[in-house]
Design a protein around this ligand. Structure first.
Ligand SMILES: Cc1cc2nc3c(=O)[nH]c(=O)nc-3n(C[C@H](O)[C@H](O)[C@H](O)COP(=O)(O)OP(=O)(O)OC[C@H]3O[C@@H](n4cnc5c(N)ncnc54)[C@H](O)[C@@H]3O)c2cc1C
Length: 428
């Protein structure tokens, strides 16, 4: 019997892992992907669609069943309820129709790629007074609000406090650098939304950056992009007139009139665009593979140290900080190589390349412009690059188009070409 590899989650990290496992292991394995929804949600471009008044659900979803079928990968639509790593079993409830009975799947290898809960439900007042753009529902809600109800008042944009867990305490990166700790899960989106909101305000004759306050729980917003990059970004942003509140600690509550922060600051705002805490799913909490918060512990080859047939990739992994799809994508490739090595399909020399995380972020600024960040200095690496202009915007759109065209199988040259275009040829 072929070894059965079960991939939990079918978005960026899950789909990428499954495709790469097929590429490196060929038809020697059986692969099953399990996800509660049967499409890929292309999250990073939601803000760009919202500010252009396009429904992101029409442009940013990719059918998962047919995509996986191209590689002879089975798909099950169901809700994962439990993972028993000793019995090598996943319990799930099929969810195409309500009322299904609980089912189980046995695996030889499992890849946990279920992302996180974006915990809006932990923020008091969010449901009544908050907005965001993290999925199709919230994206469309913000789009309608902006285009129908917004009166032109002040705007507050920022994140709740992230709780990282202890799963990275023994990890060293880039030749010995201690793993850093983050106070926000992913601050590219607030920076992107801040810039895009100001452009939108200008285009609609409602003001500009002076109306927008961006806040962070940390001492420095988007600190994972590197101090030099963020320093330059902040200089540009304050020159444009944006307001900046740091050391907010956490969001205490959102009211009709604004955002109250645990650091004591109150930000007056009509529109509140919020990014929450990224929290592990309940079924991962307390497992022998999980850290103090419920993130899955791995080494730098994405393998759990206690259960060598358990891997994690993407936001669910403790090592994925900040929570970025780009890092998850690199991890999926590492997972696949490790499994191929175990099955005798790849040499250790080729497979044992450790994760070297890089913050790659291309954020929409509106008016067909974007910022481009490529940085690994926060992890101990040497690079910090920031570019802004029309070329990064073009790259953001082309990346999405290529992703859909190749059904997630981005060519290896794609990243190198982006780097060359953004950093050497055009952008300022
Ligand atoms: C507005 C915004 C902009 C962003 N921009 C960027 C960017 O420019 N660059 C970048 O690299 N990253 C960006 N990110 C981060 C990026 O979206 C995430 O890092 C990425 O989506 C993580 O991928 P993942 O596959 O690990 O998790 P997810 O995308 O969260 O996918 C998890 C999958 O698991 C499934 N699942 C979860 N629980 C269960 C369960 N119990 N049973 C069955 N299925 C389950 C879900 O349905 C989902 O399909 C952005 C995020 C936001 C919110």
């Amino acid at each position: 019997m072929k070894p059965h590899i079960v991939v939990l989650g079918g978005n960026f990290a899950g789909l990428g892992s499954a495709q790469k496992i097929r590429q490196y292991c060929g038809d020697t394995v059986r692969i099953t992907v399990l996800d509660r929804k049967d499409y890929l949600l292309f999250v990073p471009n939601i803000p760009a669609e919202v500010y252009e008044d396009r429904d992101p659900s029409k442009t940013l979803s990719m059918d998962l069943r047919s995509t996986l079928a191209e590689d002879d990968i089975d798909f099950i639509q169901g809700e994962v309820k439990a993972l028993d790593v000793d019995a090598k079993r996943v319990d799930f409830v099929p969810n195409e129709r309500p009322g299904a009975a609980s089912e189980s799947l046995h695996y030889d290898y499992v890849v946990v790629a279920v992302g996180n809960r974006l915990a809006f439900d932990k923020i008091e007042g969010f449901a009544e007074h908050g907005h965001t753009c993290t999925d199709f529902y919230y994206g469309n809600k913000l789009r309608r609000y902006l285009h129908n109800d917004y009166k032109g008042g002040p705007v507050a944009i920022g994140s709740a406090r992230f709780h990282q867990g202890d799963g990275t305490k023994d990890i060293k990166l880039y030749g010995g650098h201690a793993f850093p700790s983050a106070e926000a899960a992913c601050e590219g989106p607030p920076v992107e939304t801040m810039l895009a909101t100001a452009t939108w305000l200008k285009e609609h004759g409602m003001g500009g950056p002076e109306k927008v306050t961006v806040f962070t729980p940390a001492g420095l917003i988007a600190e994972d992009a590197g101090e030099q990059v963020v320093g330059n970004l902040l200089k540009i942003a304050s020159g444009m007139g944006f307001n900046y509140v740091n050391n907010g600690k956490d969001i205490t509550r959102i009211t009709k009139d604004g955002v109250e922060l645990a650091g004591g600051q109150n930000i007056e705002a009509e529109l509140k665009i919020i990014f929450p805490d990224w929290v592990p799913h309940d079924f991962l909490k307390g497992l022998p593979i999980s850290d103090s918060e419920g993130f899955v512990v791995t080494d730098t080859t994405m393998r759990n140290p206690k259960y060598p047939n358990v891997f994690a990739a993407g936001d669910a992994a403790a090592i994925t900080v900040p929570k970025l799809g780009g890092i998850g994508h690199a991890e999926g490739e590492i997972v696949a190589k490790q499994i191929a090595k175990d099955l005798g399909r790849m040499s250790a020399a080729e497979a044992d390349k450790e994760l070297e995380p890089v913050v790659y972020c291309i954020g929409d600024m509106g008016a067909n412009q974007a910022f481009y960040i490529r940085s690994n200095s926060w992890f101990g690496g040497p690079d910090q690059v920031l570019k802004m202009g029309h070329v990064p915007f073009l790259l953001k759109m082309q990346y999405k188009n290529l992703f859909f065209k190749t059904r997630g199988k981005m060519p290896d040259w794609g990243l190198d070409a982006s780097k060359l275009l953004a950093e050497k040829m055009f952008a300022a």
